[in-house]
Design a protein around this ligand. Structure first.
Ligand SMILES: C[S@@+](CC[C@H](N)C(=O)[O-])C[C@H]1O[C@@H](n2cnc3c(N)ncnc32)[C@H](O)[C@@H]1O
Length: 275
């Protein structure tokens, strides 16, 4: 897929998914996001960039970690995501948090401006994740830290059939290289190429709980970039696709709903002090 087309699919897909994202993913992702925040080791008073901030699920905990003496900037390619996040900051009285519409591969931010740069579940969606990690490195102060969370291997993510189920019906790849970064040492190597030192990686599993079929369907079809393709399906196509998806996760059904396995990778690194 051409990079420009991929960016448009992402931008408008996430715009369309923005009202549903938290319903589909907020509770499910928190254990992984919390682990990312621990890896980032944020301190009071720091200036932090949250790349691909979405509705702010990680931005607001960052704001709490750095406190009012700190400063947090959330950026995202989807304007609708930003439009959801910004009023929440106002409502919470967080004047040290701001949001900007921006592409992670071309950060419109000065060199050496941040103590830490966080990326929670954004990198898999970019046409050129290497470039985005280089940008994370560029905007850090010497000694600044980056931490990124990505999904792990396709075979370890029980919800992964959503992509072929949707792609078959639109004849395209909505997220062409989605699972590549979470395979082997790919993310770690991306950090090395960007010039990070003290790189650490961890791979871990978390079950994603959904109480009902409806919740699982919302997460998969409306809670992500496939939402753009899905909204054009007629009712019959939607019903067929829902059925196929529920079949694909049936093995994870239990008396409480679904516990769908998810694998994640976190990589963190430090920008060399001497740069
Ligand atoms: C799975 S959501 C993650 C949101 C949030 N970080 C979280 O952990 O809940 C992925 C986000 O990546 C954003 N995104 C996709 N492509 C992007 C790009 N090229 N630049 C910046 N953000 C992008 C989407 O708009 C979406 O908000």
């Amino acid at each position: 897929m051409r990079p420009e087309l991929q960016r448009r699919v992402q931008r408008y897909g996430w715009d369309y998914s923005s009202p549903h994202y938290e319903e589909g993913w907020q509770h499910q992702l928190w254990p992984a996001q919390e682990r990312l925040l621990r890896a980032a080791n944020l301190k009071a008073g720091e200036k932090v960039l949250d790349i691909s901030c979405g509705t702010g699920l990680v931005t607001f905990p960052i704001a709490e970690a750095v406190g009012a003496a700190g400063q947090v900037t959330g950026i995202d390619l989807s304007e609708e995501m930003i439009k959801k996040a910004a009023p929440i900051a106002d409502k919470k009285g967080l004047s040290h948090v701001s949001f900007k519409h921006m592409d992670a591969e071309e950060l419109d931010l000065p060199d050496g401006a941040f103590d830490a740069a966080i990326n929670s579940l954004g990198l898999m969606y970019y046409p050129d994740p290497d470039k985005a990690v280089q940008e994370m490195h560029r905007v850090l102060k010497p000694g600044g830290r980056s931490a990124a969370l990505v999904w792990g291997r396709r075979g370890a993510c029980g919800w992964a059939e959503i992509f072929p189920i949707v792609d078959r019906r639109v004849n395209t790849d909505v997220c062409p290289l989605f699972f590549q970064l979470g395979t082997g040492e790919t993310l770690q190597k991306t950090f090395e190429k960007a010039g990070f030192t003290e790189i650490k990686s961890e791979r871990f599993n978390i079950d994603l709980h959904y109480d009902t079929d409806r919740e699982a369907i919302i997460g998969a079809f409306l809670g992500g970039a496939v939402a753009l393709a899905y909204r054009k399906f007629d009712e019959k196509t939607k019903d067929e696709a829902h059925g196929e998806y529920l079949d694909s996760i049936a093995q994870f059904r239990n008396e409480n709903g679904y516990d769908i396995p998810g694998e994640f990778v976190i990589t963190s690194g430090v920008k060399n002090e001497k740069l």
